[in-house]
Design a protein around this ligand. Structure first.
Ligand code: SF4
Length: 173
């Protein structure tokens, strides 16, 4: 179970996953969407017009997606609650979202993995990484994300060898 700050809080986000990310038409998405182009179903208020019917409309991929709290972090903490629509250079917000997604996904993965480890050094190390990831560097950079991933991945590999890593969120890249 993830804490609230690692769960999406869409009303506090500016619809970042619905504009910053790309998706391809297929079983999970009913149309193609390039990155940095607003989804056709995103309202001017940055809300999904079809949210109650995502599966029925062919957008199960949206229903399954979690930013692990990166969207509200970027919108509220980094951009003072503003929407990408209000920015002269929204690409800066999208770039921040890309990095934050990775960081928050790593934190979610460490948080979920720690209790699955047997009591001892591995569990302690996973807890320590999860605790370190609570503090998001400002500015957050690619080397920060690479470093955090480098700390976590060997621990997850050990957890996998112990056969207890099933169902953890996938960390991209
Ligand atoms: S269908 Fe809705 S949730 Fe999915 S990308 Fe479009 S606006 Fe966002």
């Amino acid at each position: 179970m993830l804490p609230d700050e690692l769960s999406p809080d869409c009303p506090r986000c500016s619809g970042l996953c619905c504009i910053a990310l790309a998706f391809d038409a297929g079983p999970a998405f009913a149309h193609n969407k390039p990155a940095h182009v607003a989804c056709a179903h995103l309202s001017r208020a940055d809300r999904c017009r079809i949210h109650p019917a995502l599966h029925a409309q062919g957008y199960g991929g949206c229903a399954a997606y979690s930013c692990h709290g990166a969207g509200q972090y970027v919108t509220q903490t980094l951009f003072g609650g503003r929407s990408w629509r209000d920015l002269d250079e929204p690409a800066a917000m999208f770039a921040a979202f890309d990095l934050a997604r990775d960081w928050f996904a790593l934190r979610a993965q460490a948080t979920l993995a720690a209790p699955r480890a047997p009591p001892g050094a591995l569990r302690d190390a996973l807890h320590a990484v999860a605790e370190t990831l609570r503090v998001v560097p400002r500015p957050l950079t690619h080397p920060d994300v690479r470093r955090a991933r480098g700390q976590l991945q060997p621990l997850l590999a050990r957890l996998r060898r112990a056969g207890r890593a099933r169902g953890l969120p996938v960390v991209e890249k």
